[in-house]
Design a protein around this ligand. Structure first.
Ligand code: NOJ
Length: 535
């Protein structure tokens, strides 16, 4: 399955890569309707992943190596198997009924017409009570927890402290901006023919959200000097400081801007309408985020996570996917202002899965997307192609360690199918090859930690370079001591670029052939990435 002992076993590998913190997706007890994001017991590790002692051992062994453990905090909702919900079903008007949003039907219907993120009605009938509904913004097995109730908030804070006492260093906060609902529940204009409207978090988060997040910080994170990173997909610019400034409610939030590319327009929430991102859009999103956050705090930068496709498959046109273009993406991910997060397998350039039929889809969200694409008129083949491009299964296939059976991930049946390209893309092969992507990631990470460059690469301001140039991403990272230039020729064809004045030293080049810096005009090859120290 992939378990906690498996992570402990690979700590030396992670340390050799240079990572300092591990965020682990939810490993609590769960029926796994949404791969663990439906927690049925916050205090216990699901037997599938091992037991609590395995977690304590992982924390201990990580600490020895200077690595922090960050768990996933899933408190917008829990599982319908959680004892709180089981009790709420037995007695909806009692104590536990108030732990959830349970409402009476209105004229024989649900209280309002919100659509859940997995495409269904966000209200389901409370089992055993024909006149009552409960709210679930995700799957119906994930009832939303009622944050309006101080008693339930206390329960959650108690649980958070309990994990701190076990030695974890912080949390990634799932669906952080959803915990406060817009009240009262209102019927919104339908956004599809089904009559529903996808519930959006309010554009400004003044309506109580930050009071809850601040309270949670004060009651739990602050005293434990914890690191917290929120999953906040969208926010108003002026609200960023409420999240990540020194007085903000979290240490950081993930920057989703690269993944908002291609999703504008009224149907942005359906795979069927997503568009392939372009290099210029990538550049604009990246520069915008650093401009937005520089004087405020740190956004957390990522190009992959468990909800998205593999970065190389997503950002690079299929015919151009290679170790060179993957190295270019790596450089941009790690040099940008912010906190870089890598997703397992990104460091060896794992790619999207391929799907031969809808039966191969595991993820609940992708099933919904497939159905939606068919409803929108795509034929089966086109709908499957969309799944192939965007499905969350793409990044969830097991880690590819070596060429042995099941990519060295397990000797049993893996929990999800292995990408058949593991014979080519795997850790063992890349560890043995000096110019591999894995070794390139190590070089980039070492550069960020190099005492000579660290200050500039972590705190230095980011300013654009040749921003009007098509298919090119360029930026300086500078402070009073150093000036570093990051240049990426984000296209297949080579191109000449004028360099800024000053003596230059190449710190990183994703091609093995040296570059000639004697003149101020440089020819960059397709997908070339250069990082230069400029005096
Ligand atoms: C965000 C998580 O990353 C995703 O995997 C999950 O489905 C939803 N939140 C609901 O918890």
């Amino acid at each position: 399955m992939g378990d906690l002992k498996g992570i402990t076993e690979k700590l030396d590998y992670l340390q050799s890569l240079g990572i300092e913190l591990i965020w682990i997706c939810p490993v609590y007890c769960s029926p796994f309707i949404d791969q663990g994001y439906d927690v049925s017991d916050y205090y216990h590790i699901d037997p599938v992943f091992g037991c609590n002692e395995d977690m304590y051992e992982l924390i201990h062994e990580s600490k020895k190596r200077g690595i922090y453990i960050v768990m996933d905090l899933v408190v917008n909702h829990c599982s319908d198997q959680h004892i709180w919900f089981q009790n709420a079903m037995k007695d909806p008007y009692g104590k536990y009924g108030k732990y959830f949003y349970i409402r009476e039907e209105v004229n024989g219907n649900a209280p309002c017409n919100w659509r859940s993120y997995f495409g269904e009605n966000a209200w389901s009938k409370l089992p055993g009570h024909d006149n009552l509904y409960y709210l679930h913004l995700f799957a119906k097995q994930q009832p939303d927890i009622n944050w309006e109730n101080p008693e339930v908030r206390e329960e959650l804070y108690k649980m958070i402290q309990w994990w701190f006492d076990k030695g974890i260093s912080g949390f990634r906060i799932d669906a952080a901006a959803f915990i406060k609902k817009t009240m009262p529940f209102e019927i919104l204009p339908a956004d599809r023919e089904d009559g529903f409207c996808t519930y959006e978090i309010p554009p400004t988060c003044n309506d109580g959200l930050h009071e809850y997040l601040q309270e949670m910080k004060k009651r739990t994170f602050e005293a434990n000097d914890a690191f917290t990173v929120g999953e906040v997909v969208s926010f108003e610019e002026e609200d960023l400081e409420k999240y990540i400034s020194d007085d903000g409610c979290m240490s950081s939030i993930f920057d989703f801007s690269l993944y908002m590319i291609g999703k504008q327009g009224e149907d942005f929430d359906g795979f069927y309408s997503h568009k392939q991102p372009t290099a210029n859009e990538f550049r604009d999103a990246l520069l915008r985020s650093s401009r937005l956050s520089f004087n405020v705090g740190f956004l957390s930068n990522f190009i992959e996570n468990h909800d998205l496709p593999r970065a190389a498959s997503h950002f690079i046109p299929e015919k151009d996917i290679s170790e060179i273009s993957k190295k270019m993406l790596a450089g941009l991910n790690l040099m940008q202002y912010g906190l870089p997060f890598l997703y397992q397998g990104q460091e060896i350039g794992m790619e999207n899965l391929s799907f031969s039929s809808a039966d191969e889809i595991v993820d609940i969200g992708s099933h919904m997307e497939y159905t939606l694409a068919l409803e929108k008129g795509l034929c089966e083949e086109e709908a499957l192609k969309k799944i192939q491009e965007y499905s969350r299964d793409n990044t969830r296939s097991p880690m590819q360690w070596d060429k042995t059976e099941n990519a060295g991930f397990t000797k049993a049946a893996p929990w999800m199918r292995i990408n058949p390209n593991y014979m080519k893309i795997n850790v063992a092969e890349q560890e043995a090859r000096e110019d591999s992507l894995l070794n390139f990631y190590k070089k980039l990470i070492l550069l960020r930690k190099n005492p000579e460059y660290k200050e500039t690469l972590v705190y230095g301001k980011e300013t654009s370079f040749l921003e009007k140039e098509d298919n090119f991403v360029g930026f300086f990272r500078k402070d009073k001591n150093k000036k570093i230039l990051v240049m990426a020729n984000f296209q297949r064809k080579g191109k000449f670029f004028q360099l800024p004045e000053g003596e230059k030293k190449v710190l990183i080049n994703n091609y093995s052939e040296p570059v000639n810096l004697e003149t101020n005009v440089i020819q960059m090859r397709g997908y070339q990435l250069l990082i230069l120290d400029i005096k």
